[in-house]
Design a protein around this ligand. Structure first.
Ligand code: DGJ
Length: 734
C-alpha cells in the first residue's frame, strides 16, 4: 500500500513539475518589492510570494505539496480564496448563486498589465467561476518609487436572478513564519490612534468597525504585521496595510493549523448582504500595502511619500499656519469677536483664520450643539454682514479664510429635519436615536447627495475669499436603515452611504480643485485613505493636550504624514484634560505637524506672547522639512522610558529638524540621549537648538559642527529630564 502511494505520489509530482514548466507567472512589482502569483495548470492561481524583490524566480516551486502532502491543492494559498471546495478558513469571497448554491470555485482566466505612467503599473488578474457566469477581477496598482501596491477587487455576473454577495474582501495575504506580531491602533473620542502590539495566537484576531460613519474613532483600518519578533524601527520583516474606505471595515488575521497567517481586509460583511443584479458591479475599496525588510520606519516613509503624491489633495504644497476659532470662541461670538481674533492672529504671523461651528441657523440658531444643523444660512444676529464681510476682513489682514460645515448631519431642531424627515437614517418605525443631539442624513439617497453637494456649493458662494473648508461629522450610524432603499436592499445601506459620500466628494473636487479641505469627524473619526485623497489634511483628535497629542500623533504618523496632521497649540489649562503645560512644550509638539492655534489669542499674555510669535516664525523656517521630509522615529513614547523623539530629514539630506520631549520627571542624574538617523554620514552638520525659551540650551553641543557619522553613531544628549521639558534642534549641512 505504502509503495503504491509512493508511486502515485511520485508520478503526480513528476507530472506536476513537468506541468510547472508551463505555469504562467504574474508579477506585480515596485522598485524593491515583488508580489508573485502562479497560474497552475488546473486553473488555480496561487499566491506565491509577497516581499522583497525577487529577480530570478525560475524554477518556480510547486507550493501545493509543501505542508499537506496527503491532501489536495486547496490548502495552497490562492490569490483570492472563495468559499467552496476544501477551503475552510475565512474566505475572501462568499456569495450565493441564483439557484441557491453556496459555493464558488474561481479559476484563472488571464491577466493584463498596463503601464499608467513612468511610476505606476496596473495589473488586472481575471478569475471566473468554473460553472457559473461570475467574474472577479483582482486589480493591483504598483507605485514603483514609493514601494506601495494597492489592491482592489470587482465582481460582475450574468446570472439572471441575481446573486447575493455576502463578503467581498479587498485583499487576501498569506504569510508563513515562526510567529507574528500585530500592531494596530485603537481609540476613543479624544484618545484616538493608541498603538498596541500583540503576538498572534491560533484563531482569528479581528479589527473592525460597524459604526458606518466615524469608523476610525475606535480602531483604524491599518495594521503592521511583523514576522518573528516585535516590529523594530530599522530592522526586521514587516508588512503593512491601510484600507482606503470610510465605512464599515474588517481586517482579520487567522493563524491556522499549518502555522500560516491568513490576512483578509475589506468592507465589513456585517449586515451588509448585497443583492447584485446582472447589470451591476461591486468594486471594493483599495487596500494599500507595503513591505519592508528594514523595519517599520521604512513602512512609514513609503506611506508618506505615496500619500503626498497620490492620496492627499495638494500634497506638494506647503500648508498655511491657521487659527481655528473653536476652542477660543466655541458657539459664543459675534462679528467683533472674530475680527479681533483675526487681528491678533495676523499679529502673531498666522496665515489663515478658520471660523468653526456656530455661524448658521436663524429659526433654529446654532448657539449650541442642540439646534440649527442642516440650516446652512448665516445667522443674522451673530453675523449681520455675513460671511463675505468676514472673509474680506481676513483677506485684508493678509489672512486666508476658512469655514466649518457638517453637511451630513441634522439637528431635530432645524428647518431641514422638519422639511425632509424621509432623508434621515432610520430603522423602520423605531426611534431615531440622537447622538450629540443630531441625526444622520441618508447619503444613499441621491437627493441627499445633491443637498450635501449644494450645501458646500452655496457656502462657497458666500464669498470668493473662502480658501478652506473644515468638513466635520460628529456621529456614527445606529439603527441603520433608509427610506430611499428598497425593502430587500436595506443591507446595501453601508456600501451605498460611502459610495454616496464619495460621489459628493468627486463632484466637489471637480468643481473646487483648489479649495483646501480638512477631514474632521469629531477629531480623527474618519481617518482613512479613502476619504483623505479628497482632503488636504485631517484633524487627528479633539484632544489638543500636548502630552496626549504626542501619543496620538506618533501613532497617526505611522501611516499619515505630518503635512496633513492638523496640530494646534491650545490654551493652558487644557480644555479637555485640565492639564497645565508650558507654552514651549505645546509649540514643540504642534510644530512637528501642520502647526495651528486653537485658542483665544488674547489669552497668550506676558512672555508667552513674544515666545509664540517667534515660534510661529521659526515654524515657517522648518516647515518644508517637517511637511516634505522623511520621518525617522528615534524614541517611542510607548516605550518605558517616557521620552519621545523623532526627526524629519529633507529629501536631499541637507537639513533636518529634531524633536525630543520629556513626558515625566526622570530624576536629577538621568539624561536623555539618542542617535540620529537618516543623515549623510560623510557630511558635516551644524546642530543648533531652536525655539528655546530662555536662550539657554539643553544641548551642550549647541552651535557646533558634527559629522553625520558622529550624530548617527554617537548621537546627542540633552538635558531634558523634567516633565514637559522639550528641545528642537535644527541640523544643517555645512
Ligand atoms: C468636532 C470637531 O472635531 C471640533 O474641532 C469642532 O469643529 C466641533 N466638532 C464643532 O462642533
Amino acid at each position: 500500500m505504502k509503495n503504491l502511494l509512493t508511486t502515485v505520489l511520485f508520478s503526480f509530482l513528476t507530472l506536476s513539475s513537468v506541468l510547472s514548466n508551463e505555469k504562467e507567472i504574474v508579477r506585480v512589482e515596485t522598485n524593491d518589492l515583488s508580489m508573485i502569483f502562479t497560474a497552475e495548470t488546473d486553473g488555480k492561481i496561487v499566491y506565491h510570494y509577497w516581499g522583497e524583490k525577487v529577480n530570478n524566480i525560475t524554477p518556480v516551486l510547486d507550493r501545493r505539496f509543501k505542508n499537506q502532502p496527503d491532501t489536495n491543492d486547496e490548502l495552497v494559498p490562492q490569490l483570492y480564496p472563495a468559499y467552496g471546495g476544501r477551503y475552510y478558513l475565512n474566505p475572501a469571497l462568499k456569495l450565493t448563486h441564483e439557484d441557491g448554491v453556496l459555493t464558488t470555485d474561481l479559476v484563472y482566466v488571464g491577466s493584463k498589465t498596463k503601464v499608467l505612467d513612468s511610476n505606476r503599473t496596473e495589473t488586472v488578474i481575471s478569475l471566473k467561476d468554473k460553472i457559473y457566469p461570475v467574474f472577479v477581477d483582482v486589480k493591483f496598482i504598483a507605485f514603483r518609487a514609493e514601494n506601495i501596491i494597492s489592491q482592489s477587487v470587482s465582481i460582475t455576473h450574468q446570472e439572471k436572478k441575481g446573486i447575493q454577495v455576502e463578503n467581498i474582501a479587498s485583499a487576501y495575504i498569506p504569510l508563513h513564519a515562526e510567529s507574528y506580531y500585530l500592531t494596530h491602533f485603537n481609540g476613543t473620542w479624544a484618545a484616538e490612534m493608541q498603538m498596541e502590539e500583540e503576538m498572534l495566537t491560533h484563531g482569528v484576531k479581528v479589527i473592525e468597525s460597524k459604526k458606518g460613519v466615524r469608523t476610525t474613532q475606535s480602531e483604524n483600518p491599518s495594521f503592521i504585521l511583523s514576522l518573528n519578533a516585535k516590529a523594530q524601527e530599522d530592522s526586521g520583516d514587516v508588512y503593512a496595510g491601510c484600507l482606503a474606505w470610510s465605512g464599515n471595515y474588517k481586517l482579520s488575521f487567522e493563524l491556522d493549523e499549518t502555522g500560516s497567517l491568513n490576512i483578509l481586509g475589506g468592507m465589513n460583511p456585517f449586515a451588509a448582504l448585497y443583492n447584485l443584479k446582472a447589470s451591476e458591479k461591486i468594486e471594493t475599496p483599495e487596500m494599500i500595502l507595503t513591505y519592508s525588510n528594514r523595519g517599520k520606519g521604512q513602512i512609514t516613509r513609503n506611506f508618506h511619500d505615496w500619500a503626498r503624491k497620490y492620496s492627499l489633495a495638494h500634497g506638494d504644497e506647503l500648508r498655511p499656519i491657521l487659527l481655528n476659532s473653536w476652542e477660543g470662541a466655541y458657539f459664543s461670538f459675534n462679528e467683533k469677536t472674530l475680527t479681533d481674533m483675526m487681528d491678533d492672529a495676523a499679529g502673531f504671523g498666522v496665515e489663515m483664520f478658520v471660523l468653526d461651528d456656530g455661524w448658521f441657523g436663524n429659526k433654529y440658531p446654532r448657539n449650541g450643539d442642540n439646534a440649527g444643523l442642516g440650516d446652512w444660512q448665516v445667522n443674522k444676529t451673530k453675523l449681520p454682514r455675513g460671511i463675505n464681510y468676514l472673509a474680506d476682513y481676513a483677506v485684508n489682514k493678509g489672512l486666508k479664510f476658512g469655514i466649518w460645515i457638517e453637511p451630513e448631519m441634522v439637528n431635530p431642531d432645524s428647518e431641514l429635519a422638519k422639511k425632509h424627515p424621509e432623508w434621515i437614517v432610520k430603522s423602520g418605525k423605531r426611534d431615531i436615536l440622537p447622538m450629540r443631539n443630531q441625526w444622520l442624513l441618508d447619503l444613499s439617497n441621491p437627493k441627499v447627495q445633491d443637498f450635501v453637494f449644494n450645501t458646500f456649493d452655496e457656502v462657497l458662494a458666500m464669498s470668493s475669499n473662502i480658501s478652506y473648508v473644515k468638513w466635520d461629522a460628529n456621529r456614527h450610524v445606529d439603527n441603520a436603515g433608509s427610506d430611499y432603499l428598497a425593502k430587500n436592499e436595506q443591507s446595501h445601506f453601508w456600501y451605498e452611504y460611502v459610495k454616496g459620500l464619495y460621489s459628493v466628494y468627486d463632484r466637489i473636487r471637480a468643481k473646487y480643485p483648489d479649495v483646501m479641505i480638512q477631514l474632521c469627524s469629531s477629531g480623527g473619526g474618519r481617518l482613512d485613505y479613502g476619504a483623505l485623497k479628497y482632503h488636504d489634511e485631517f484633524w487627528a483628535s479633539d484632544n489638543t493636550n500636548a502630552l496626549d497629542r504626542i501619543y496620538i500623533q506618533y501613532a497617526t504618523n505611522t501611516f499619515f504624514p505630518a503635512i496633513a496632521t492638523g496640530s494646534h497649540v491650545s490654551t493652558s489649562p487644557n480644555h479637555q484634560t485640565g492639564m497645565i503645560i508650558p507654552i514651549k512644550f505645546r509649540f514643540d509638539v504642534a510644530m512637528s505637524g501642520r502647526l495651528g492655534l486653537e485658542l483665544q489669542p488674547k489669552d497668550i499674555v506676558g512672555d508667552d506672547h513674544g515666545f509664540a510669535k517667534k515660534a510661529i516664525e521659526t515654524y515657517k523656517q522648518i516647515r518644508p522639512i517637517v511637511q516634505f521630509g522623511d520621518l525617522y522615529r528615534l524614541v517611542s513614547p510607548y516605550d518605558v522610558n517616557s521620552w519621545a523623539s523623532h526627526m524629519y530629514v529633507s529629501k536631499d539630506k541637507k537639513q533636518s529638524v529634531f524633536f525630543a520631549y520629556s513626558l515625566k520627571y526622570h530624576g536629577r542624574t538621568t539624561y536623555f540621549d539618542t542617535r540620529l538617523k537618516g543623515l549623510n554620514p560623510d557630511k558635516n552638520y551644524k546642530v543648533t537648538e531652536i525655539n528655546s525659551r530662555s536662550g539657554h540650551s539643553s544641548f551642550n553641543g549647541n552651535g557646533k559642527v558634527f559629522s553625520g557619522d558622529y550624530l548617527m553613531k554617537i548621537g546627542v544628549n540633552l538635558n531634558i529630564g523634567n516633565p514637559f521639558d522639550s528641545a528642537v534642534l535644527l541640523i544643517t549641512e555645512q
